[in-house]
Ligand binder design. Structure first.
Ligand code: HAM
Length: 414
């Protein structure tokens, strides 16, 4: 027997219907902020991710699904969508008329992670990327939009964490300070962190192994290396959130696992499950466009893990799936092919809005009634002579009428 690969899953039934609604809500909210949808390929040139997400990040270093195609091109299943969307923005010259573009997306991402609750190897992200606007009030607006999505989904138990990574220059100074500091403690670092010391010392701070050690606790703080401009930018974001009475936690340890960020970074963490999963992650990335060969265009975005949203909704309401049934409106009970053809003719008309079904194998009226009730049907229709008998399963009323009257009956209901 074949099984879905480890860390992947099939989506069907009520679970799929719940997911469809979740994703629709997400798109509906961001459309109100002027975002329009984009779909990019599932695989891209590997180099795209190495240059953007960064070869010192775990995502590229350990988790990427990389392969060569038949012509020997090095390709990768996308581990995230920010880089592909920036690639598309540049390649399609979306900036030509107006550099401001607001794009939203939903689709699978792939990371070779150790599967556990809320962590998969193929997972789905809903996200937004906004190019061409740099303003701290806009950054606050993006965070507010993420909160708006969660509010519309009915998710209530979470906390917003924010931090600033400062400008490129601030980070270069800070990286140097970290390098000097950790070089004196190299013997106490894990093997990965020894490597990170050369490639990107900032990554040492969110190491899963060394993360809680005293060496990391006593390391230089980025906050001491931020310029006046970076601080004031961050300050305005916080003031905007304060004025809108949005609660947040300033989290100096929040550095995010991808290399392209600067200034504001944020995460929204679920408080309703033990694993404290991050539901939303995002931030500003002003250098990605030029890094990928485009112009100097400032951008900001975030992505939401759709499975984590679904898991949180289920944790909040364990019966939630019961609200997602493939209900039938009208069920036809037929007892011959002739009646089934008649039912098909009527169903063709009613399917302009109504979900219709009939039995294709002869069954008793009683068995068909049972089937109709199982799918919460409102009407059960059977045939007698040249007439149809329509039974309202809610009121138990029954009426006998011609096919034409039956169609009129439903037309009046609309
Ligand atoms: P990320 O934090 O790597 O950011 O992922 C965003 C969200 O995807 C996470 O907060 C989480 O909900 C979900 N996620 C990540 N990995 C997994 C996994 N293995 N299984 C299930 N869910 C997962 C990014 O990907 C950035 N591209 C976000 C962004 C957009 N930044 C700017 N624009």
């Amino acid at each position: 027997m074949y099984k879905a690969p480890r860390g992947t899953f099939d989506i069907y039934g009520q679970e799929h219907l719940l997911r469809d609604e979740v994703v629709n809500v997400m798109f509906d909210v961001v459309k109100m902020y002027g975002f329009s949808p984009i779909t990019t390929p599932i695989f891209e040139e590997s180099k795209l991710f190495i240059r953007s997400v960064g070869d010192s990040s775990d995502i590229v270093n350990k988790e990427i699904y990389e392969f060569s195609d038949k012509k020997g091109r090095s390709l990768a299943l996308r581990p995230e969508l920010t880089a592909p969307i920036m690639r598309s923005y540049i390649e399609n010259k979306m900036y030509a008329q107006d550099p401001i573009k607001k794009l939203c997306y939903y689709g699978p991402s792939f990371r070779y992670e150790r599967p556990q609750a809320g962590r998969y190897r193929q997972f789905y992200q809903f996200g937004v990327e906004s190019m061409g606007i740099k303003n701290p009030i806009y950054d606050a607006q993006m965070i507010i939009m993420a909160l708006h999505i969660l509010e519309q989904l009915g998710i209530n138990n979470f906390s917003l964490h924010i931090n600033t990574l400062g400008s490129n220059e601030d980070r270069a100074n800070y990286n140097k300070a970290l390098k000097d500091y950790f070089s004196n403690h190299v013997d106490n670092l894990c093997e990965d962190c020894k490597h990170r010391l050369d490639t990107n010392p900032l990554r040492i701070l969110d190491c899963k192994i060394d993360g809680d050690s005293d060496i990391i606790k006593n390391a230089p703080k980025l906050q001491d290396y931020l310029s006046e401009d970076s601080l004031s930018y961050y300050q305005t974001i916080k003031q905007t959130l304060d004025s809108l009475e949005i609660t947040y936690i300033e989290d100096e340890k929040l550095v995010r696992g991808l290399d392209y960020y600067n200034d504001i970074v944020f995460e929204i963490i679920s408080d309703s499950d033990d694993a404290k999963n991050t539901l939303v992650g995002g931030g500003r990335y002003d250098n990605l466009c030029s890094q990928l060969g485009g112009e100097n265009i400032s951008s900001i975005g975030f992505a939401i893990g759709v499975e984590r949203i679904i898991n949180t909704l289920k944790a909040q309401n364990e019966n939630i799936l019961e609200n997602y049934n493939q209900d039938i409106d009208v069920y036809f009970s037929t007892s011959s092919d002739e009646e089934r053809i008649q039912a098909l003719r009527i169903m063709n008309q009613l399917r302009d809005g109504l979900v219709c079904e009939c039995n294709y194998v002869d069954k008793s009226y009683k068995a068909n009634l049972k089937q109709a009730l199982k799918h919460n049907a409102i009407f059960l229709i059977s045939f007698e002579d040249d007439s149809a008998i329509i039974r309202n399963l809610k009121t138990k009323e029954e009426e006998k009428m011609s096919e034409r009257d039956l169609l009129n009956y439903f037309n009046k209901l609309r």
